[in-house]
Design a protein around this ligand. Structure first.
Ligand code: SF4
Length: 307
């Protein structure tokens, strides 16, 4: 569904301007029933070339490795995934579930769900750590819950126009062009973060205070461009007063959604955040935080977006 909201480029641009032939999609596919199954079978057997296989959704292996908890077009979905992955030149996983298992793979994971080439942060997943597509590439992961639609369409354009080699991937197979920076990069609350000015009550306006100190914002340790490539071209979670939940990282949902772990900063001794920004150690962070609080000028405590 997120894909349908793409704007730069949008889904029509993909087809009209960039010449992609969309063989099948759950909402856009023109074929149903036996006709759709014929497309899948032709692609799986090689009767029809499959350039890019895009999977959304976790790979369900239960019960007992049969995959029969998730039937699709008359067979366990995992059988289609095996055959279409082998047939495709390039394989792309969209969303946390396809990338690393997502919420279905959270403990106790009764459906034995996993991602295509990762299980959470561990390499492997359904296809195995050494799997490569026909073009020699690993699964390209575009995570998020959901993934931003423009991340999807921009990568599809790059792949479809023969620029797969230009896409640098990080250790988790995410395109670095999107996932090198942090969610915090471009957040309008950074001045409050820098001077340790916290939002004190949930819903306290949308423009003052930082959500890191009390509300569990994971912006400083989550790799995503959510504040660079805005949602609906105008906003993001943190801009709207909602803490980043870290949904582009394999550990999402963090703490397996245990009570009091969502929208709440986990602390040691009631005051020190258990997790500090990536690359910082606790002692340095605490020293910096104390100095920043003392140094905070008045303007750093005020709403700067006055209209
Ligand atoms: S609200 Fe979150 S992303 Fe924004 S500055 Fe604070 S910690 Fe960083």
């Amino acid at each position: 569904m997120s894909f349908l909201n793409a704007e730069e480029p949008n889904v029509v641009d993909l087809i009209v301007d960039f010449g992609l032939e969309l063989l099948w999609h759950p909402s856009l596919g023109m074929e149903l029933g036996d006709n759709a199954t014929r497309i899948f079978t032709d692609c799986a057997t090689g009767a029809r070339p499959l350039d890019i296989f895009v999977l959304e959704g976790t790979v369900i292996r239960g019960p007992d490795g049969s995959g029969s908890m998730d039937m699709f077009a008359g067979r366990p979905m995992l059988e289609w995934v095996t055959e279409l992955s082998a047939a495709a030149s390039i394989v792309v996983a969209i969303g946390d579930c396809a990338c690393w298992g997502g919420i279905p793979a959270a403990a106790p994971n009764p459906s034995d769900s996993t991602g295509l080439q990762f299980h959470k942060r561990e390499r492997g997943g359904f296809l195995g750590p050494h799997w490569r597509s026909k073009s020699g590439l690993p699964v390209i992961n575009i995570p998020g819950c959901p993934a931003h639609p423009d991340w999807i369409t921009q990568i599809l354009v790059a792949l479809a126009t023969g620029r797969a080699g230009d896409i640098a991937l990080d250790d988790l197979h995410r395109p670095q062009t999107f996932f090198k920076t942090f969610t915090q990069t471009g957040c309008t609350r950074v001045q409050f973060f820098e001077y340790k000015q916290s939002t004190l009550t949930f819903g306290e306006g949308t423009r003052t205070g930082c959500l890191f100190y009390e509300f569990g914002c994971r912006g400083p340790m989550t790799h995503s461009p959510c504040n660079r490539i805005l949602w609906n071209r105008q906003s993001s979670k943190t801009r709207a007063g909602m803490p980043c939940l870290g949904c582009t990282e394999p550990e999402f949902p963090f703490f397996d959604l245990a009570k009091d772990t969502v929208f709440k900063t986990q602390k040691v001794s009631g005051a020190i955040p258990k997790e500090v920004p990536e690359g910082a150690d606790h002692i340095t962070y605490m020293a910096h935080a104390a100095a920043a609080r003392i140094a905070a000028p008045q303007w750093s405590k005020e709403d700067m977006f006055v209209v």
